[in-house]
Design a protein around this ligand. Sequence first.
Ligand code: PSU
Ligand code: MN
Length: 303
Amino acid sequence: MTAPMIFSTEVQAARAAQKPLVALESTIITHGMPWPDNAITARAVEADIRAAGAVPATIAVIYGVMHVGLETGELDDLAQRQNVRKLSRADLAICLAEGATGATTVAATMICARAAGIEVFATGGIGGVHRGAEDSFDISADLRELAQTAVTVVAAGAKAILDIPKTLEVLETFGVPVIAYGQDDFPAFWSRSSGLAAPSRLNEPEAIARAHRLRAALGLPGGQLIANPIPPGDEIPASDLKPIIERALGEAEAKGIAGKAVTPFLLARIFELTEGRSLTANIALVRANARLAAEIARALNEA
Ligand code: PSU
Ligand code: MN
């Protein structure tokens, strides 16, 4: 038995022509941004990847089939639909078995990308160790996926809704390369710096591609996390967001939000509480990550 998978027309043609491909997740569309900005952003990100000489493959499960690349109508439908499942590693096979529809998180997108032979994936922020994880044990499956699935993931670091020092510690324990792009500090999503040094730094997409290939050559199973700082003009000072993040975290606790509902709740509250300011920055950083991922995909294609 093989898992059902179909490619969009564009991805199918790219595979035949051996063009570089960049995977994109769909949870950011369904659970990370409000309509219609989610659909507008998803299309802009795809266009950025094309303009940078690669081909976008947005990944989702639709009626029990893994879709690698979404047609325009499919993307618009997913972006507007209510009650789409959020699929992480644990949920993927069940969604396929039930013929259901779900959006893929970083972890599930990595699994689908790997199955489709795609080596690079762009997103906004990854899941990580939540604040208070010493009590809640809330650690995203994204971290373990990075340890075991050989996909290079480009993100803008991690949001301050997470415990960033603990997130870096877990990544180190799992042996995941965490590589800041073009700077020494680990970025914190809306801010270029988290105040913490990144474990590693690379300045060139070609070097990132070589490191990806050499991990495979060493027989190491996992991926790499590329932490790309938000473009300077789009940064929001951490001090502006701190009280908002504290408030959203407090509300989540008071409401007893747990499990996979935590991240979407916090993202939605921060969008509301910043009156969209966080969204503008979020869009800019995802687009920057898409462009860098396209350059890495091109370098991997030539390597
Ligand atoms: N963090 C963000 N934006 C996001 C997510 C995380 O800054 O959109 C999404 C991604 O899909 C990520 C998922 O894989 O949330 C992590 O969810 P959890 O914490 O439940 O593992
Ligand atoms: Mn969680």
